[in-house]
Structures are given as structure tokens and as C-alpha cells.
Design a protein. Structure first.
Length: 94
């Protein structure tokens, strides 16, 4: 099985997320029967120190961004935003 490692060097968070998204869109696994399986993911991103200063806060905000993207446009990455946090009802809201 072939493994690929991609390293990103970016001048900004936007460049990083764009590069990561592009690399993921090119990701393909070859199944035992020879068919190709294109891989996609949804992901949430929170940035240190912009979004938080401790791991627990960053994880909570990244999870929130992941929840947002999974319910709006799957297969994408989304950065956490305080603005989107205010507009979204809690998970258990009616």
C-alpha cells in the first residue's frame, strides 16, 4: 500500500486550509478489486491563539465548526467563527 505525506508551508491560515482542501480532493484509495475510491472529509478548525489559549477551548470550537459544516455542506473544512456561534441554536434545541 502506497502512503503519501503532504507538507504545507503557508503564509496564512487561508492558504493552509486551501492547500489542505486541495490535497484532500486529490486523495484516492485503490480498492483490492482495482477500483478507485475518492476520499472526502468534513473538518472543523480552531486557531491558537485567535480562537482560544488552551486545548479544551480549541477542541470545543473545532468541534462546533465541524458540526456546522456537517449540517451545511459536507466534504469541506470550516474555521470556527464567533459570529457563526451566535447564529446557531444549541444541538439539543427544538
Amino acid at each position: 500500500m502506497e502512503k503519501t505525506t503532504t507538507v504545507f508551508i503557508a503564509d496564512s491560515a487561508e492558504d493552509f486550509t486551501s492547500g489542505l482542501s486541495a490535497a484532500l480532493q486529490r486523495s484516492v484509495s485503490i480498492l483490492p478489486n482495482g477500483k478507485q475510491l475518492h476520499i472526502s472529509i468534513s473538518g472543523g478548525i480552531a486557531w491558537y491563539p485567535t480562537d482560544g489559549h488552551d486545548l479544551l477551548t480549541l477542541k470545543k470550537y473545532a468541534d462546533f465548526a465541524l458540526y456546522q459544516v456537517k449540517h451545511s455542506h459536507k466534504g469541506c473544512l470550516q474555521e470556527f467563527s464567533m459570529d457563526s456561534r451566535a447564529d446557531t441554536p444549541p444541538k439539543d434545541a427544538p
